[in-house]
Design a binder for this molecule. Structure first.
Ligand SMILES: Cc1cc2nc3c(=O)[nH]c(=O)nc-3n(C[C@H](O)[C@H](O)[C@H](O)COP(=O)(O)OP(=O)(O)OC[C@H]3O[C@@H](n4cnc5c(N)ncnc54)[C@H](O)[C@@H]3O)c2cc1C
Length: 291
């Protein structure tokens, strides 16, 4: 499937473009609609030291560009540690930490923050360990927890402290039943349990889901725990339920859109298409129209 050509239109629905200026342009458009943004420079699983360093440089350059265009108070960045060399043999974690520090430093200079995306379960301990290190100097660094992992309620309790920014998502990787709930209803129930822990605590929950039921439930939980709007936020992906994103902004909620950009868009796009059968139809049609 990865070798099949797709139309520009389909890529453009989910990905800002290949260049830094595409990311700043799309961020500017979303900010002008009242949204906040987190930008992801696409790429993951680097086993090349130079490539890892170059990803960190791309983030630094992006943060400078966001600062210069006056967007950095509303736009942060999301980082995948595997793109910064986390999986390199021997000293991968130390390399990823060093690169992540550099990006956090640039984010602070620009007046914004970094969130560490969460990848497959084999990296969870390492990523949370690096987060802990980073937070010593950059306590504003955001974490991501995946509700489908059986461990996540405990991680939510650990991370529900004052000033702690935590994105809660369902989880996007194909995980074995030993570590993750595989029944979607169980994942939803786990999401609600985790959201309760985060919203009841003193941290800053970032509720990342497009699921209409979960958006409604988390809204009532926020009211139940007397959370003021702005003391938590919703997050959705660029191109997914944009009308709902606007509706939440109109309702006074803080809405952050995850905007990916870069050459390495194929894996990201395929994950998004696989999340929804209707998208697969769109994909097949776009392929058919190429013939
Ligand atoms: C801001 C953000 C950051 C994320 N970061 C991470 C991360 O760091 N690590 C990680 O593992 N996962 C991450 N994810 C992905 C997440 O784990 C899920 O895989 C993804 O959000 C789909 O789950 P859902 O909660 O939207 O619910 P689902 O049950 O998948 O979807 C609910 C409904 O939302 C709509 N919808 C969902 N996806 C799509 C789509 N692609 N196109 C069109 N409609 C759609 C459909 O109407 C669907 O019925 C992130 C998601 C968001 C929104």
């Amino acid at each position: 499937m990865e070798r099949v050509p797709v139309t520009r239109k389909l890529v453009a629905r989910y990905v800002a473009g290949t260049e830094e200026q595409d990311a700043t342009r799309v961020s500017g458009e979303l900010v002008s609609e009242g949204m906040t943004v987190t930008v992801d420079f696409l790429g993951e699983d680097t086993l090349d030291r130079q490539q890892a360093a170059s990803v960190a440089d791309s983030y630094v350059s992006l943060l400078d560009a966001l600062h210069q265009s006056g967007l950095s108070s509303a736009v942060e960045v999301s980082l995948k540690l595997s793109a910064l060399g986390q999986a390199l043999p021997a000293d991968g974690e130390a390399i990823a930490l060093e690169h992540a520090r550099k990006v956090c430093d640039a984010a602070r200079r620009a007046g914004t923050t970094v969130t560490l995306d969460m990848e497959d379960h084999t990296t969870t301990d390492s990523t949370l360990g690096i987060l802990q290190q980073l937070r010593l100097d950059f306590p504003e660094t955001g974490a991501v927890l995946q509700a489908y992992l059986r461990r996540t309620e405990a991680d939510c309790r650990d991370l529900a402290y004052e000033g702690s920014r935590v994105r809660l998502c369902k989880g996007a990787y194909n995980e074995p039943p030993g570590v993750a709930y595989t029944d979607p209803r169980e994942v939803d129930r786990a999401y609600v349990r985790c959201a309760k822990i985060l919203l009841a605590g003193p941290g800053y929950p970032m509720l990342a889901t497009h699921d209409p039921r979960l958006v409604e439930i988390t809204g009532s939980l926020a009211a139940k725990y007397r959370r003021e709007q702005g003391s938590y936020e919703y997050q959705m992906l660029y191109g997914v339920r944009p009308e709902e994103q606007r509706r939440l902004v109109r309702a006074g909620e803080r809405m952050r859109v995850y905007v990916p950009y870069g050459e390495d868009w194929y894996g990201y796009l395929v994950r998004r298409l696989a999340e929804r059968p209707a998208n697969m139809l769109l994909f097949v049609r776009s392929v058919a129209s190429k013939r």
